[in-house]
Design a protein around this ligand. Sequence first.
Ligand SMILES: NC(=O)C1=CN([C@@H]2O[C@H](COP(=O)(O)OP(=O)(O)OC[C@H]3O[C@@H](n4cnc5c(N)ncnc54)[C@H](O)[C@@H]3O)[C@@H](O)[C@H]2O)C=CC1
Ligand SMILES: O=C(O)CCC(=O)C(=O)O
Length: 387
Amino acid sequence: MYKIKTLNNIAEEGLNLFNDKFEIVDDADANGILLRSYKMHDMELPDNLEAIGRAGAGVNNIPIDRCSEKGIVVFNTPGANANAVKELVMAGLLLASRDITGAIDWAKTLKGKGEEVAKLVEAGKSNFVGPEIKGKTLGVIGLGAIGVLVANAAKGLGMQVLGYDPFISVESAWELNHNIQKSDSLDELFMKSDYITIHVPLMDATKGMINEEKINLMKDGVRLLNFSRAGLCNDADLEKALESGKVARYITDFPYDKVLNMKNVVCIPHLGASTPESEVNCAVMAVSEVKDYIENGNITNSVNYPECNMGVCNNAGRIAVNHKNIPYMVSNITTALASKNINIIDMINKSKKDWAYTLIDVESKITDEIVDGLKEIEGIVKVRVLK
Ligand SMILES: NC(=O)C1=CN([C@@H]2O[C@H](COP(=O)(O)OP(=O)(O)OC[C@H]3O[C@@H](n4cnc5c(N)ncnc54)[C@H](O)[C@@H]3O)[C@@H](O)[C@H]2O)C=CC1
Ligand SMILES: O=C(O)CCC(=O)C(=O)O
């Protein structure tokens, strides 16, 4: 029986896809882990952990390098929550323009004022005037699953849209409305935009990408939206810009104590992906990926190991080997099998940056002795017999 542990709420529609070879457990030594935003960095990674399924996009809560070194394949669910985030970003654009939250808070203070309310409303409403978004320029940083939907929807609302993504995928480029302008540099986007929205992953290269130097390039009164991760903005620089009015408003899905105390900030409690539709989409995708990997060795949407698909095994045996992407691995693995008289019927070897994966169907049963032999080969970090 394969054991699966969940570290966050995972929609039933996904969990129900596990067949009777799987059980949901609370043990520390599960074969698979499913999670959303749970921070795994301080967790031990047990030797029998094979797969981690992130029901969502961002994987900065998972120790990817440690996982790769232990042969643990980390999956995410590209695009499965993108529409949910896009819809909240559209609300964010309006929250950034019109002081909707301030106005709602003020309206609540009129409770109990009886017949005076209508008069007070008309007298007080001028404090909450804000510009329309139509005709303004929105800069979209990162044109992946979310950025593309945001850019297209903003265009539909009459905005001018500038996009920046030096690594845009062919698929995203196809999806992008052809009226969206390409920004040749991030600095150009910063200089030309009235509104800026960030849709890139948090990693070393993007951490603190919104900082004093970049803010100084922006228009006075620019409105910033961050539905990606808190760490993309340098908080001391952001605070200074909000105090001076250089940044007129900051809308974020990532509250923390310091930002909650800043002026002109609207904090949403990480609700971007919190729709029933997106929770189901993510759970179904994450469970399908983890299940197919544990049962068949196939890899779809992994962030640390290569794509690999040999379908269901119809041969006598199947073995999966996670290893470093270094010379002689294929020859070492096949020589080890040949030395035990094991004949290979089908095989895939693929790599992704420093890591590689070899999936092999063979003509006879694989014994523990063969597995032990493979484990001794320098560079191999995990060996699994799937059949
Ligand atoms: N608020 C929420 O609940 C959610 C937040 N997110 C956050 O949004 C991020 C983006 O999500 P998706 O669009 O689904 O991911 P994605 O992987 O489809 O798109 C990310 C895009 O960023 C681009 N990119 C990477 N580095 C860049 C750079 N330095 N400059 C410009 N572009 C760069 C990539 O080429 C890619 O096209 C996630 O990494 C996550 O942190 C995602 C889902 C829900
Ligand atoms: O699961 C969630 O609610 C968070 C979604 C998210 O931040 C992501 O997918 O990167």
